[in-house]
Design a protein around this ligand. Structure first.
Ligand code: PLP
Length: 415
């Protein structure tokens, strides 16, 4: 049977929204709690569901769709590569790998790029890199490497990573947890200094989100990253910035660290790097830090595959113009100003930077989830994080008119 026939048989085009939801619920565990929207098509900032309803996507797949759905340049790059070669594994070279690493290194002002697939894999790669650097360069005694992380962090879902989460929902019942991580409060440079000074010879890295995403778009106090850089330099500790959600234009700069002119030792990137088309992540840093691997010590079958690299190359060249960043900064100001002016501070606090906002609801009134459901009915897709915060993160290609359209619907529901 031809693939298309088989596809048709499995998924009759006549299924209604409720049937799709029921079918999904029947055959998948409940590890997510999606809004009852079944997307069938999308373009730019707009998505259309199986029953023809149109929504403005103000979530962007948690930042993976910075360039919107199916950006023509990214789709063209993917199509062209699909007709050439899609996968080689790293057993051989491919002709998209070099240009992608070259371009991303230049964008980040770094020497080396180590591509992976998902964000969590890139975080794991950064952890392995920091530990190996600790043993091979810093001279940390075997198995003593220690990494400092922040409360309310979110770095992914692997067993190592959830082990150093402070969120019970993320962590509980998935132990035993790996040792070697210490939690400190976020945004508190004194706490970082104290934690490093407690074991300076064993501390290899400070792993931090320059703005905490899943925690509710928490922007640290001014000067925090600068102070972290200084403390890390003083004690020979790597500053590892998880920019998986905050990076690649979202905050109005290429990286959120750029707002303080801080350069980390390692950037951890993902989400938007794959252009919203496929998973592509990377760890980016200096030769001194990242060039510690010997052949066979790390890798991934799909990491650096030619299809992902072709799309990633196009993403990098779009960002290299600086245009998406400038646009996000300009429109972000408009969005944050409108949210701050339109929401009563007694009812909700608005945090954010660039085209990225968290609206923290005061107790009482409808829950964040109920408000997201109401907004979906009004044609605006956003999602709650941690029950009390609504995350707003439109694709960076949204026009001013589309943003105003969304705000007109958002503000009454947030009030
Ligand atoms: N790090 C940060 C800051 C994130 O926001 C996320 C995902 O939301 C991850 C890591 C994990 O990325 P992935 O879901 O691609 O594994």
């Amino acid at each position: 049977m031809r693939a298309s026939r088989r596809g048709e048989g499995l998924r009759p085009p006549t299924l209604r929204l409720v049937d799709h939801v029921a079918r999904a619920e029947r055959h998948t565990p409940r590890n997510y709690h999606p809004l009852p929207v079944v997307v069938a098509r999308a373009e730019g900032v707009w998505v259309i569901d199986v029953e023809g309803r149109r929504y403005l996507d103000m979530l962007s797949a948690y930042g993976a769709l910075n360039f919107g759905h199916r950006h023509p340049r990214l789709v063209a790059a993917a199509h062209a590569q699909l007709d050439r070669v899609t996968l080689t594994s790293r057993a051989f070279h491919n002709d998209q790998f070099g240009p992608f690493c070259d371009g991303l290194a230049e964008l980040a002002g770094a020497d080396l790029v180590l591509p992976m697939n998902t964000g969590a894999e890139a975080v794991e790669t950064a952890i392995k890199t920091a530990r190996a650097w600790g043993y091979r360069v810093k001279g940390v005694p075997a198995d003593r490497a220690r990494i400092i992380v922040c409360e309310n962090n979110f770095h992914g879902r692997t067993t190592t990573i959830v082990g150093f989460s402070s969120d019970p929902k993320t962590r509980n019942d998935f132990g035993p947890y790996g040792p070697g991580f210490q939690l400190i409060p976020y945004g508190d440079a004194d706490a970082l200094r104290a934690a490093v000074e407690a074991a300076p010879d064993e501390t290899v890295a400070f792993l931090v989100e320059p703005i905490q995403g899943e925690a509710g778009i928490v922007v640290p106090p001014d000067g925090y990253l600068t102070a972290a850089r200084r403390i890390c330099d003083e004690y020979g500790v790597l500053l590892v910035a998880d920019e998986i959600q905050s990076g690649l234009g979202r905050t109005g700069r290429t990286f959120a660290c750029d707002h303080e002119g801080v350069r980390p030792d390692l950037y951890v990137l993902g989400k938007a790097l794959g252009g919203g088309i496929l998973p592509l992540s990377a760890v980016v840093g200096s030769r001194e830090v990242l060039d510690i691997y010997r052949p066979g010590e790390h890798g991934s079958t799909f990491g650096g595959n030619p299809l992902a690299c072709a799309v990633g190359c196009e993403v990098v060249s779009m960002l290299a113009t600086g245009e998406p960043q400038r646009y996000a900064a300009e429109l972000g100001e408009r969005m944050l100003a409108a949210l701050r002016a339109g929401v009563d501070p007694e009812v909700a606090a608005v945090r954010g930077r660039g085209l990225w906002a968290g609206v923290e609801l005061a107790p009482g009134g409808p829950t964040a989830r109920e408000r997201c459901e109401k907004l979906a009915e009004a044609g605006v897709l956003v999602k709650e994080t941690h029950e009390t915060t609504i995350r707003v993160a439109p694709p960076l290609v949204i026009t001013a008119a589309e943003l105003d359209w969304a705000l007109e619907r958002l503000l009454p529901v947030l009030r």
